[in-house]
Write a new protein. Structure first.
Length: 85
């Protein structure tokens, strides 16, 4: 399974990269946000991440389990901890 996931990630990164993310805005338009972009924490992840605090995403990566993570201050956090501003 890890080999299949690794191949998927390699194929995916032919159209996206670690320095941006594709999002659909409120109007339904597909947009590319380039790093660094601003997010707000929607849950606490002590001691580094505090709910309600704004952070800048330095990079976007993916685990071998195909879970996206935001790199903030050099550390990886699951994207569902944040809301994009």
């Amino acid at each position: 399974m890890a080999d299949n996931n690794r191949e998927y990630i390699l194929e995916l990164f032919k159209i996206v990269n670690t320095t941006s993310i594709l999002v659909i805005d409120q109007k339904g338009t597909l947009k590319r946000l380039k790093c660094p972009f601003k997010v707000v924490a929607i849950v606490d992840m002590p001691p580094q991440i505090t709910e309600g605090v704004f952070y800048y995403v330095e990079a976007v990566k993916m685990t071998l389990e195909l879970i996206e993570v935001f790199i903030i201050e050099g550390k990886g956090y699951y994207i569902w901890i944040f809301r994009i501003i």
